[in-house]
Design a protein. Structure first.
Length: 283
């Protein structure tokens, strides 16, 4: 449909999901306490695993959200129903893959996190490529599944002729700013409640779609617009949905930097990392 300690010098990532449910390893250990295990819960995912996670997460998000728009033409879901699908889908993939890739699923998010020094710039190109691929594959899948419909272009992000380019850019800038600002607050700041990151981010996407969906399609995500454009062959105004989200996300990163606690040195044993939404910046 990606968080860390404010101490940027930390070089390890705790990729452990933050929950208290019994894991397969813990159940096996209780069943046979004398049996050793080779699973290292503190090991980081490989770069390949992160790329696959970004592609799959973006695929699921775009498939679910765009499918809702197509189904709405057969059975009315209303903008509320479509928004719920987008929000719940994002929430699900964040909790599913956040500990693997950081759950960006959005080129604008990856770029903004890198600009905020919460993600390494060298990984941005591969993340974006994976996100674009996932979105395109999801859109092509829907084109095949809805092959009896000529209105596949309904999944593209467009705005009416009565809406000017400036108005569309402003809408996309604002809603992307709100989304990215929420991400930075709940997923990259140690003062936030980490376990609620997925709920807050999914909820933000939900109300953004409800508000701006009828006007611009509420993209907030270049991959979300480019994938359907490739599948439908409709590229009209695509540049708006690439430029505005990136600028909005970068603006949010700049503004939230004012709210961060200044870096302070702490003993190594007290340093902590967080596993949800993004990985450490490692220059």
């Amino acid at each position: 449909m990606a968080a860390i300690s404010p101490i940027h010098s930390i070089n390890t990532v705790d990729s452990t999901p933050k929950h208290n449910l019994p894991t397969e390893r813990s159940v096996m250990a209780e069943a046979n306490p004398n049996r050793s295990t080779t699973i290292d819960r503190n090991s980081s995912p490989t770069q390949f695993q992160k790329i696959v996670a970004e592609m799959m997460g973006t695929y699921i998000l775009i498939f679910a959200g765009c499918a809702a728009a197509l189904v709405d033409k057969l059975q009315s879901l209303t903008i509320v129903g479509i928004a719920l699908v987008w929000g719940l889908a994002l929430m699900a993939v964040i909790y599913t893959l956040g500990h693997v890739s950081g759950a960006h699923f959005n080129p604008a998010v990856s770029i903004a996190l890198a600009a905020a020094r919460k993600f390494n710039w060298k990984h941005v190109p591969m993340y974006i490529l994976a996100q674009l691929l996932g979105a395109t594959l999801a859109s092509l899948t829907l084109k095949v599944l809805f092959n009896d419909k000529d209105e596949i272009r309904v999944i593209t992000t467009q705005y009416a002729d009565s809406t000017t380019h400036l108005e569309a850019i402003t809408w996309e800038f604002i809603i992307t700013f709100i989304l990215m600002f929420t991400i930075l607050g709940v997923a990259t700041d140690d003062r936030a409640s980490e376990g609620l990151a997925g709920v807050a981010i999914g909820g933000t996407l939900l109300f953004n779609v409800m508000i701006a969906g009828p006007i611009t399609g509420a993209s907030m995500n270049p991959a979300r617009s480019l994938g359907p454009a490739v599948a439908s062959g409709v590229y009209k105004n695509l540049w708006v949905f690439i430029v505005a989200p990136v600028i909005g996300a970068l603006a949010a990163a700049l503004v939230y930097s004012v709210l961060r606690v200044p870096k302070t040195e702490v003993p190594e044993e007290k340093e902590s990392t967080r596993s949800v939404y993004n990985e450490l910046y490692d220059p």
